[in-house]
Design a protein around this ligand. Structure first.
Ligand code: NAP
Length: 336
């Protein structure tokens, strides 16, 4: 039988959840809510009173998870917007829809969706499937929604953009390389992978998660320079039992047996979502904060603590490289 997600008891989430403020009157956009950390974040947002906009590609999972959310929170305003992050056209269309639905602004944008260690394949736009899904489409979505984020920040005192990174941001050499952000999908090293998280699949994933972190740092720096009240924040979930590993096993990026053993080291998806949710809703967070269960390579589980962005991506050459190559990829300038 193929790998199934492990159901693990949450250690910290029940107490953590109690301490979150109401977000009534806030518009919250989340990508990738069919399962995992995004689904937990959507539930929390609905419970706390936000208008929740769920960006997912069309699937039975999306339909089912929407129905479950609406059933669990009948009083909440939950809106589904179709958005396949493998397509820049779909992202632009989703942004049009958000502009129509939230003319008063967007208070929280959670760039959560992701895929891991997939085959070396190109999207229809020509980019690596992992890089476009995990970073480039989120870069474009953030650019498209920035006027709405600024609008919400003017009226409410702040707005937040949250990117979801990983321990894999350190894999393998903490060095963002331009070719992974270029139109070279399908030509980035092939389908190799080994149980030490080596091989081309894992290098590509690591580059996407480093790009998430470098994007946060670059956005933070630009927003601060402008005196903006929009905050740029970073999260990582440690090792969490979500749908992520299921998809990777199905695609041949991890073996069944190994994944079954390895995921015993992981925490629940609720505990894993605490970093993301801290960035989205915790009181008094500062732009440039990083929440997760520690900053080292073995920070697999635990309470989400506040950390600083790290020098291996929060430096001028890396921030500039990330911005320039991402603008080239989306074919537009992103001016803050
Ligand atoms: N779980 C971990 O241990 C772990 C560790 C480090 C970082 N992360 C990060 O956490 C984030 C959330 O992942 P997760 O662990 O919660 O995994 P998950 O349960 O698989 O959730 C990922 C979500 O992303 C969506 N998604 C994938 N491709 C998409 C596309 N083309 N368009 C729109 N949505 C798409 C999935 O929707 P579909 O149903 O359509 O596939 C799903 O809703 C990711 O950025 C991941 O890199 C997770």
């Amino acid at each position: 039988m193929s790998y199934q997600k492990k159901e693990v008891k949450s250690r910290y989430f029940p107490d953590f959840e109690q301490d979150l403020p109401s977000v009534k009157g806030r518009n919250v956009v989340i990508t990738g809510t069919t399962s995992g950390t995004g689904n937990v974040a959507a539930r929390v947002a609905a419970r706390l009173g936000a208008k929740v906009l769920l960006l997912n590609r069309k699937s039975e999972r999306a339909t089912k998870s929407l129905a479950e959310l609406k059933q669990s929170y009948p009083q909440a305003e939950i809106i589904a917007i179709e958005c396949d992050l493998q397509s820049f056209g779909a992202v632009r269309k989703a942004a049009d829809e958000i502009r129509r639905l939230c003319p008063e602004g967007v208070h929280v944008l959670a760039n959560n969706a992701g895929v891991m260690a997939l085959k070396d394949e190109a999207t229809a736009d020509g980019f690596d499937v992992q890089m476009q899904t995990n970073h480039l489409s989120h870069f474009l979505l953030t650019k498209e929604l920035m006027p709405l984020l600024e609008k919400a920040a003017q009226t409410s005192g702040e707005a937040r953009v949250v990117n979801h990174s990983s321990i894999a941001r350190m894999n393998p050499k903490k060095n963002l390389l331009p070719e992974y952000l270029e139109k070279k999908g399908g030509k980035l090293g092939g389908d190799g992978a080994n149980i030490f998280f080596g091989g081309a699949r894992w290098v590509r994933y690591g580059q996407t998660k480093l790009a998430n972190a470098a994007f946060t740092a670059a956005l933070h720096q630009k927003l601060q320079a402008k005196g903006s009240k929009v905050k740029s924040l970073l999260a990582h979930p440690g090792l969490s039992n979500t749908g992520l590993q299921v998809t990777t096993v199905q695609d041949g990026g991890m073996g069944n047996f190994f994944t079954n053993m390895f995921m015993n080291l992981g925490q629940s998806q609720e505990d894993g979502a605490m970093g993301l949710i801290s960035c989205m809703f915790k009181r008094e967070v500062q732009s440039g904060e990083f929440f997760g269960p520690g900053s080292g390579p073995y920070a697999l589980k635990g309470k989400a603590i506040s950390m600083k962005l790290e020098p291996f991506y929060d430096n001028e050459p890396t921030r500039n490289l990330l911005w320039q190559k991402s603008c080239e990829a989306i074919g537009e300038d992103f001016k803050i």
